[in-house]
Ligand binder design. Structure first.
Ligand SMILES: Cc1cc2nc3c(=O)[nH]c(=O)nc-3n(C[C@H](O)[C@H](O)[C@H](O)COP(=O)(O)OP(=O)(O)OC[C@H]3O[C@@H](n4cnc5c(N)ncnc54)[C@H](O)[C@@H]3O)c2cc1C
Length: 398
């Protein structure tokens, strides 16, 4: 990366490093370092978002007129890399990465004016109401009904796997407004106030033992028709547009984070008079993953370039999603193997903020929870099989 930096980029990186050194408290860095899932603990995420928002950097990839930046492609990448290097907390993706870009592309002027500033400031935290019991991969079969009554829709049904619904005050959701014709043609896209009467949230505890997702029930919930995005029964187009943003992430940065841990652990592990980092088999596995990270990074940069030009990521986001998820899972496996015994104990108490009770090397504490959590990467946002179907149809024309 350094070799490619121009003088201006080097100065920009210096500015970002200065900002991070000044703004990231020890607590925020610890939270970032101990994050083991895609989602950060909500307090750290929102504290960090407010700091970024004050600086105008909460959503660098949004267009300038809506509160984004006019950074070049290299600057966007440098910012993301430096935040990761400094262990900055992750932000809530449903708000900044999904709902914001969707509103910029499809919202009315009134919706943009109302919601975008509230997303940037963190006043609104969004969750995603797409999946339902029985409607995951076959999302268009969803049944939560929205029946028009005067100026409102009345909603009945249920959403499942709703990440952070218990922290969110808003949900963007797909609902059925017609049962006529093709199932994709009877879906509308709504913005819902999570405090509306008739909404109940039940927790679902994940494999890691953590409460991240939920089931949400709607019982005669009234939503103003003005909260619809796009035309009635045309919500499928909005949904697919949003998914392009959801499926694009800079997974190569997460990948490097895991490989960095694996390498550090290997250097600290003595074997036969040397360290594991000198072992030919380990080196080959590590180098293969580093090459894959580099290839992934190039693809991510192409998407970043199209975002800078004001376009949506397109179907290539399914390629990035699949490659990123599967490579991260391979990297997790290598890291666990390197940690050996220390990769096995699951130490949730050592992950608590402020705790310093790790058994074994510090880097090993996050490995098993991350490994467990990252199993979801080939499911959430559409499973790898579904992404491959999209790639076959939309990119290869099969
Ligand atoms: C951690 C996590 C967080 C999530 N957060 C949210 C959220 O916030 N909001 C939300 O709406 N949803 C969320 N989801 C749900 C996610 O979108 C669904 O889990 C996903 O779309 C898969 O649906 P499913 O779980 O119903 O699996 P199913 O659709 O039942 O699939 C089961 C298996 O069958 C395979 N399969 C199904 N159909 C096909 C096909 N046509 N061709 C080949 N293989 C197929 C799948 O690949 C999969 O392996 C989350 C999921 C996870 C794991």
């Amino acid at each position: 990366m350094d070799v490619m930096l121009s003088e201006a980029d080097t100065a920009f990186r210096h500015e970002i490093r200065g900002f991070l050194a000044e703004s990231l408290t020890d607590e925020l860095r610890e939270a970032g370092r101990k994050r083991t899932s895609l989602w950060q603990d909500i307090e750290s995420a929102m504290t960090w978002q407010r700091i970024l928002d004050e600086k105008g950097w909460a959503a660098p990839d949004w267009p300038v007129e809506y509160g984004g930046t006019d950074w070049t492609l290299a600057q966007r990448y440098i910012f993301a890399m430096e935040c990761a290097r400094a262990n900055a907390p992750a932000l809530v993706p449903m708000s900044l990465k999904m709902c914001g870009p969707m509103l910029i592309g499809y919202g009315t002027e009134a919706q943009k004016l109302h919601y975008l500033p509230r997303i940037l400031s963190g006043e609104d935290v969004w969750c995603q109401g797409y999946s339902e019991p029985g409607s995951g991969s076959d999302l268009a079969s969803l049944r939560t009904s929205a029946v028009g009554e005067g100026d409102d829709y009345v909603l009945n049904g249920s959403k499942i796997w709703t990440s952070y619904a218990h922290h969110a005050n808003r949900m963007f959701a797909l609902v059925r407004t017609s049962t006529e014709g093709k199932k994709q043609e009877g879906i509308s896209f709504l913005l819902i106030d999570m405090h509306s009467p008739g909404i109940t949230i039940e927790p679902i505890i994940n494999l890691e033992g953590v409460h991240e997702f939920n089931q949400v029930f709607f019982d005669d919930v009234r939503v103003p028709k003005a909260n619809r995005v796009g035309e009635e029964n045309d919500g499928w187009s909005v949904a697919k547009y949003l998914l392009e943003f959801e499926r694009f992430s800079m997974a190569s940065i997460e990948l490097r984070r895991i490989l960095g841990k694996a390498e550090a652990l290997a250097r600290a592990t003595e074997v036969d008079g040397g360290t594991l980092a000198d072992d030919a088999h380990f080196c080959r596995q590590l180098d293969e993953l580093k090459i894959d990270a580099l290839a992934l990074e190039s693809s991510e940069q192409r998407v970043l370039a199209s975002l800078s030009a004001g376009h949506s990521p397109g179907a290539v986001s399914s390629v990035i999603n699949t490659l990123g998820a599967e490579t991260i899972q391979r990297a997790d496996e290598l890291a666990i193997e390197v940690a050996g015994y220390y990769g096995l104990p699951y130490q949730p108490e050592a992950l608590a903020l402020g705790a310093n009770t790790a058994v074994g090397p510090d880097a090993a504490v996050t490995l098993m929870p991350s490994y467990l959590s990252n199993r979801m990467r080939t499911i959430a946002g559409g499973s790898s099989e579904i992404q491959r179907n999209i790639i076959a149809k939309a990119i290869l024309g099969l």
